[in-house]
Design a protein around this ligand. Structure first.
Ligand code: HPA
Length: 236
């Protein structure tokens, strides 16, 4: 059924088969205005902005998914299930758990561990590790390589809790689960892709380090974000 409770577009064709999703609605708008031609706004419900246009002649949608597993879970489920979207590439930010992953690095997610039951509830699989589509992820890695933009493949922690009681939890989560960075949405997107027989992948730029406590400046954050966007656009 369309429209859905959260997306107002009246036609499935308002969305491209591939949707690139940042968390922030204004970033979605900026990316669409900067990189796409002939853009049309396809969603404004709750200000979760979405735009469809063309990139190098190919139809493409950029839409935000908001913050956290529940928000990303709602939008990606409706895109896959109600609007026949085939693949979603999340482009987000993350915090580093290890010294070798530095602020401004671009990561390509290989696995995502969470403390939530989301995966089991959505797919029926009793696991706390969600995986992206292997072919789409390999395609993104190859595309990054062809653009000479380095990406580091990494398992991440997909958390529900930004402000934890114990800041040092990340040390244990890294040693027990092998997570090298933290973000808040991949599990929902990967699990939904599996549940609906679709594809999902995720690129991240490192915006802060839990190890060094470094945070990025807005200018440099924008530069590393640009690299990630270019990889995602070229992969779509
Ligand atoms: N925690 C969770 N999500 C994040 C972080 C963080 O430190 N940085 C960017 N996304």
């Amino acid at each position: 059924m369309i429209p859905t409770p959260h997306i107002e577009a009246k036609n499935k064709g308002d969305f491209a088969k591939t949707v690139i999703m940042p968390g922030d609605p204004l970033r979605a708008k900026l990316i669409a205005e900067t990189y796409l031609k002939d853009i049309k706004q396809v969603n404004s419900v709750r200000n979760m902005l979405g735009f469809t246009g063309t990139y190098k002649g190919k139809k493409l949608t950029i839409m935000a998914h908001g913050m956290g597993i529940p928000s990303a879970g709602i939008y990606t489920a409706e895109l896959f299930n109600n609007y026949d979207v085939d693949q979603i590439i999340r482009i987000g930010s993350c915090g580093s758990y290890v010294p070798e992953i530095k602020v401004y690095d671009v990561l390509l997610v290989t696995e995502s561990y969470c403390e939530s039951d989301y995966i089991e509830i959505v797919t029926g699989e009793k696991t706390r590790v969600a995986t992206p589509d292997a072919n789409l992820t390999a395609h993104i890695a190859k595309t990054a390589d062809s653009l000479s933009l380095p990406v580091t493949q990494a398992k991440v922690h997909c958390t529900d809790v930004f402000y934890r009681k114990n800041f040092d939890d990340y040390i244990k989560i890294h040693s027990e689960h092998g997570c090298k960075a933290v973000e808040m949405e991949t599990v929902a997107i990967f699990a939904n892709a599996k549940a609906y027989g679709k594809k999902a992948a995720c690129l991240l730029t490192v915006s802060d380090s839990l190890v060094t406590k470094e945070v990025t400046s807005s200018q440099e954050r924008q530069n590393s974000f640009t690299k990630m966007i270019e990889i995602a656009l070229a992969s779509a």
